[in-house]
Design a protein around this ligand. Sequence first.
Ligand code: AKG
Ligand code: FE2
Length: 191
Amino acid sequence: MIEYSKKINDLGFTIFELLSEALGLNPSFLKDFNCAEGHIIQGHYYPPCSGPELTLGVSSHTDADFITLLLQDHIGGLQVLHEGQWVNVPPVHGALVVNIGDLLQLITNSKFVSVYHRVISKNIGPRISVVSFFVNTPDPIKGESKIYGPLKELISEEIPPIYKNFTIKEFLDYFYAKGLDGNSSLEPFKL
Ligand SMILES: O=C(O)CCC(=O)C(=O)O
Ligand SMILES: [Fe+2]
């Protein structure tokens, strides 16, 4: 697990470099902005379900982070919302899914958009997935919480900010209080 975590960390840094370049910024920009500072790894276990049409593995949501790197096994079940339709994300051996999270949407002023996804239930399994969230968390000792908002490099008179400045604590408190209810965590942070 430690080896996996190190590799995912390095991959995350590379993806942040590519995303920074895609935004026309210095490759180290998003990393220097502490986007990869907190790395949370979760293991999910989905037992086989006798009535899969009656429930979901994980309900529709967007991730409350900058990016997510997701490893799913051969069972499948992950779906993304594309043009109003749920589309299967078939498992590809050795491949990771990269999702944009809400925090990247906020700081890029919606240049990158977080993706709604869910996991359907199946009567086969169990299904196992390992999910790595790149997020900045409040300092556990000092309690300090970084302030984020649309990057000044990406806003101008023609492209005004869509979101207000917020602390990571405010954002995460709202996300955890709201739960995965299918609504966007971005609403209260809109200007
Ligand atoms: O298990 C999966 O494939 C996805 C889980 C997920 O979306 C999440 O933990 O945020
Ligand atoms: Fe998710």
